[in-house]
Design a protein around this ligand. Structure first.
Ligand code: ADE
Ligand code: ZN
Length: 331
């Protein structure tokens, strides 16, 4: 099964590139940039990754990214992840990135875009993987700040495959960002949002109705609202689910009690993703393998999940056809 899951051409739709920063690279970049970390070893970093909830994780996530300063750092971060993803059998990666977290540290959007853009072109050329960029707004900061970043990104609008919404969910409903997402729609930029990870099902409705998103990131709490489940099924809305993340952030008690089987039984379109692989115990293959162990799913289920990811990816029709063919010949 491991070989089968590794060979399966997987598209990853929910990945925070800053959350792919492994402790080893964190130390390398800290040294390169003269940044002092509150840890004295890789083991000490890993030992600190015990989270009570999303906020507990976010505190370390924002601290960890303080080592990212130059375009070269962002390039190295992305290439490091792309290589691991490639080894996992990932053929397409859509990466969220958090410009506001970098601007707050004096790192310009140009620096982030240059480094990530370079890595995207390199991996497409050298490893044949495709990539997409999702510029995320931090929902625990004011909507005006998100709007300012969107305007500041004008030179890059063409390069953005979507905008997203992440960071601390509770108390920061999608409705707070209605104007920002309306502006993105006006600019022709597709939209996604984290909703129903820690927040209530109502946030999923708001993301659909007010932000007009084409996918929901996480969305697992939809099951608390049967009418919402019916709507998600009828409208074919895709949920980008992150099983190991949900366990590590205590959204669920353990993987065996994860609602993935119920989501599938309800006829929802779901995909498997790693979210923040350096913090949550592994990348795409680790997530697929963990689901195999927890749910005993057959090959057909994994082919269905991989197919849904290809259907919902921000790629050209030509690339979509190519990946569907790759998937068909891998089984
Ligand atoms: N930023 C990085 N990972 C996140 C997650 N799982 N939820 C919300 N914001 C995030
Ligand atoms: Zn996420």
């Amino acid at each position: 099964m491991r070989d089968f899951l590794q060979r399966l051409p997987k598209a990853e739709l929910h990945l925070h590139i800053e959350g792919s920063l492994e402790p080893e690279l964190m130390f390398t970049l800290a040294e390169r940039n003269g940044v002092t970390l509150p840890y004295d070893s890789v083991e000490a970093v890993k030992a600190a990754y015990e989270f009570d909830d999303l906020q507990g994780f976010l505190d370390l996530y924002y601290q960890g990214m303080s080592v990212l300063r130059s375009a070269e750092d962002f390039h190295d971060l992305a290439m490091d992840y792309f290589r691991r993803a490639h080894a996992d059998g990932v053929v397409h990666v859509e990466m969220h990135f958090d410009p506001q977290a970098h601007l707050a540290r004096g790192v310009e959007l140009e620096t982030v875009m240059e480094g990530l853009g370079l890595a995207c072109r390199e991996v497409e050329r050298e490893l044949g993987m495709s990539t997409a960029m999702i510029m995320a707004f931090l929902r625990d900061r004011p909507a005006e700040a998100a709007m300012a970043v969107l305007e500041r990104a004008a030179p890059y609008w063409e390069l953005l495959d979507a905008v997203g919404l992440d960071s601390a969910e509770r108390g920061h409903p999608p409705s707070k960002f209605t104007e920002v997402f309306r502006r993105a729609k006006m600019l022709g930029i597709p939209r996604v949002a984290h909703a129903g990870e820690e927040g209530p099902p109502e946030y999923i409705r708001e993301a659909l109705d007010l932000l007009e998103v084409c996918r929901i990131d996480h969305g697992v709490r939809c099951l608390e609202d049967p009418a919402l489940v019916n709507r998600l099924r009828d409208e074919g809305v895709v949920l980008t689910v992150c099983p190991l993340s949900n366990v590590r952030l205590k959204v669920v008690q353990d993987l065996a009690s994860h609602p993935l089987p119920q989501l599938l039984d309800a006829g929802l379109r779901v995909t498997l993703n790693s979210d923040d692989p350096a913090y949550f115990g592994g990348g795409m293959l680790a997530n697929f393998l963990a689901c195999h162990e927890a749910f005993g799913w057959s090959r057909e289920v994994f082919v269905q999940l991989a197919g849904t990811a290809i259907e919902a990816a921000f790629i050209s029709d030509r690339r979509r056809l190519e990946l569907h063919r790759q998937l068909a010949s891998s089984v």
